[in-house]
Design a protein around this ligand. Structure first.
Ligand code: IMP
Ligand code: MG
Length: 177
């Protein structure tokens, strides 16, 4: 672990909120046969817990976009590095993201998926980090709102490290964040 870390979301808090989101999504998507599309890599743990909190099975796919390199700042240049494989035209799609920071990644992927003409396209993110938002993206389901800081754990990484921690911590990256 880094020298300075602070627990932000413990296991119980995460589990409770994921269960609530699962109940809400079960109400909203019942009978719609939705596709949940997780954004790799960060959303894989959240998505895995979320789909198991639903009251019915859903189809799952993944998309990956690269923006952050090994560091903690977005380069601003985003491209799809792993395309969705299921056909999304006419489907009810929920895009599942780990954390929204500046909003650039999600805005890009939302447009990318919208071009595939789904019947509906909504967004679910575990953490809405508002401080540095540059592009307003409609967030339909939000797990937690946090002001800022760099977070790791529960899928979130810092240069590929600390992703598998079961809780969410803020780390001091030394970047003046
Ligand atoms: P955005 O384009 O600035 O919104 O960047 C969003 C992406 O950057 C997320 O999908 C994460 O992968 C990554 N990211 C943003 N903030 C954090 C953080 O605090 N911890 C880990 N990854 C982050
Ligand atoms: Mg991500």
């Amino acid at each position: 672990m880094e020298s300075r870390t602070r627990l932000i979301l413990d296991r119980e808090t995460l589990a409770r909120r994921v269960a609530e989101l699962g109940a809400q999504l079960s109400r909203d998507y019942r009978g719609l046969d939705p596709v949940f599309v997780g954004i790799l890599k960060g959303a894989f743990i959240f998505l895995a817990d979320l789909v198991r909190a639903l009251e019915f099975p859903v189809e799952v796919d993944f998309v990956r976009a690269a923006s952050y390199g090994a560091g903690t700042e977005s380069s601003g240049v985003i491209r799809v590095t792993k395309e969705v494989e299921l056909p999304l035209a006419g489907r009810h799609v929920l895009l599942v993201e780990d954390i929204v920071d500046m909003g650039l990644t999600l805005d890009f992927l939302r447009r990318h998926l919208a071009a595939k003409e789904p019947a509906s396209l909504k967004i679910c993110c575990l953490i809405d980090k508002r401080e540095r938002r540059q592009v307003e993206v409609p967030l339909d389901y939000v797990g937690f709102v946090v002001p800022g800081g760099f977070l790791v754990g529960y899928g979130l990484d810092c240069g590929e490290k600390l992703r598998t921690l079961p809780e969410v911590y803020a780390v001091d990256t030394g970047g003046g964040d």
